[in-house]
Design a protein around this ligand. Structure first.
Ligand code: HEM
Ligand code: HEM
Ligand SMILES: [Fe+2]
Length: 474
């Protein structure tokens, strides 16, 4: 991954820039996991790092780093595939590189400010300089505006390259979808002092990202990757991509209603949210079936010689197919009806779903794209999984599933004791937090978090060494 920027096999400057984005993404992924471990320890030992590194800060950096590394890896993936798909060099590459450095400098400053200024009252100044206070997208306003500028440059690069080069179906979906994805960020930027109104718009970013535009985005990545990895037929994957676009937007946009149940919006959202969000797993099942079907079919076409051109990438994309289906589809569906959500809302059950969905739908496929980047960098015909690749994928996936199971049990206990038996409220919350089922579940989450982190170390070692080793053997 640390391949020299001079001696490499990249076919374009865009691919190089993609690799630069991947490097920062992996560093932020590591930071995310460390923050998660701190927060998980604090669940068991509330005094741990109290007033040195508070839970509120560890949790905030954990989930903001998550969103930012995924976005970095997304930008990296787009730059990585742009030349392949359009047949030409990225149009404004110098500007693109400048934007990368500006963004990275801004992210560094924002994180340092989060860490050094942990508490204090909120005011107009803190919104501009320290923290906007919107879960997942907490960047202060100066950084918000900077992000918009950087994203405009990125979008210009993608759009202009697309207009000048070949126009594949994958790129058409990509260009249209990125416009929506970037535009939605604006909904989380303006300030209102009414919490219901604020939440109403804030969900446009979070929900319409993860359940609409990001899903379509990873659909385009999977389509591209399947063509690269197993020679899937373009017409077939593109046809599926269009069907997915239709279904995802069809259910995802009004599925937004499942976040409007209890924030003060009108009651008609109960029916709208229930119906459309219940339909959301349908495209995920379709996507799942399509990836597995395509894989089987293309492998069959090659007779008894299975040809996977990049073992680790294919493995991660398979984790994505299952993970998206389970984390978003199944764990999402569990609590999406208002009749159920009234009990599960905001419990550890939500956290269980959040972990498996973000990992299964996004982290996994983006790690797969990093392996495709490495294959390109070293010009390797067939990249094979190493011992480290296998340990990484096994430990990370096992760890995240373990955390999900533990949190599901914790959520179940909250539903039964805190909500159903004790009727919710302050005392009910603390009673449920201190029962053995909760404490044991939190202990298991911490253990499984450590397993995930060990897997991450294997991943880093693998990303750093796999290319060099296999390029020498060629
Ligand atoms: C990859 C896609 C998805 C991701 C990454 C994701 C992630 C998340 C996260 C992180 C939350 C917690 C938000 C918070 O902090 O309040 C959440 C909430 C929720 N998600 Fe998803 N989700 C996805 C797809 C779905 C799907 C397909 C459904 C339904 C079928 C669903 C149903 C819900 C519901 C009902 C809540 C609210 C939980 C509550 O009331 O506490 N999600 N999701
Ligand atoms: C070392 C492994 C990890 C540990 C120990 C860990 C721990 C935690 C903790 C303690 C929280 C706060 C939960 C709360 O407020 O109740 C949290 C939240 C969250 N984490 Fe992790 N985490 C880890 C890895 C991950 C990974 C790999 C992902 C996704 C790819 C992820 C996504 C999230 C999300 C989306 C939330 C917010 C959930 C919500 O608001 O419902 N975490 N994590
Ligand atoms: Fe949602």
């Amino acid at each position: 991954m640390l391949i020299s920027m001079k001696n490499n096999h990249f076919k374009s400057e865009g691919e190089k820039l993609g690799m630069m984005y991947f490097r920062v993404a992996i560093v932020l992924f590591g930071a995310q996991l460390l923050m998660g471990l701190i927060a998980a320890i604090q669940f068991l030992y509330p005094g741990f790092l109290f007033e040195v590194f508070d839970f509120s800060v560890a949790r905030m950096v954990h989930i903001n780093a998550l969103v930012v590394w995924l976005l970095y890896a997304m930008l990296g993936s787009v730059y990585l595939m742009l030349t392949d798909e359009t047949g030409i060099e990225v149009v404004g590459i110098a500007l693109g590189k400048l934007a990368f450095w500006v963004l990275t400098a801004a992210v560094t400053v924002v994180v340092l400010v989060y860490i050094f200024i942990q508490i204090g009252s909120g005011s107009e100044t803190t919104i501009w300089l320290i923290n906007e206070g919107r879960e997942y997208i907490e960047a202060p306003r100066w950084a918000d505006i900077g992000i918009v500028v950087v994203v405009l440059i990125f979008y210009y690069n993608v759009f202009a390259t697309y207009m000048k080069g070949r126009k594949t179906g994958i790129m058409t979906v990509m260009v249209a979808n990125l416009l929506a994805l970037a535009g939605l960020y604006l909904a989380g930027m303006f300030f209102t002092d009414n919490i219901s109104v604020d939440q109403y718009w804030w969900w446009w970013v979070i929900h319409l990202w993860v359940e609409a535009t990001w899903e379509v985005f990873v659909g385009t990545l999977a389509a591209y990757a399947l063509i690269k990895l197993i020679d899937a037929k373009r017409e077939i994957v593109e046809m599926w991509l269009w069907i997915e676009v239709l279904m995802l937007f069809g259910s995802g946009i009004l599925g937004l209603g499942h976040h409007y149940f209890w924030i003060g919006t009108p009651e008609y959202w109960w029916e709208i949210g229930a119906l459309f969000s219940a339909l959301e797993p349908v495209p995920l099942v379709a996507m799942f079936v399509h990836v597995i079907y395509d894989w089987g079919k293309e492998q069959g076409a090659h007779g008894d010689k299975p040809v996977i051109k990049n073992g680790p990438a294919m493995a991660w994309i398979t984790v994505n197919a299952f993970g998206n289906f389970l984390g978003a589809g199944i764990w999402g569906f569990f609590h999406t009806l208002p009749q159920v959500n009234i009990y599960t809302h905001g419990t550890q059950f939500t956290a269980a779903h959040g972990h498996l969905a973000f990992f299964g739908a996004y982290a996994s496929v983006l790690i797969g794209m990093m392996y495709i980047g490495i294959q390109k960098a070293y010009g390797i015909e067939r990249l094979k999984a190493t011992f480290n690749s296998k340990m990484a994928i096994f430990l990370i996936t096992f760890g995240v599933i373990g955390m999900t199971v533990a949190l599901t049990i914790a959520g179940y206990e909250q539903v039964l004791v805190e909500r159903a038996e004790l009727g919710g409220g302050w005392d009910a919350y603390f009673t449920a937090q201190n029962l053995p089922w909760m404490l044991q579940a939190q202990a298991w989450r911490l253990i499984m978090g450590v397993v995930t982190f060990i897997g991450f170390i294997y991943l880093v070692i693998d990303l750093l060494t796999i290319g060099k080793k296999q390029a020498q053997n060629q």
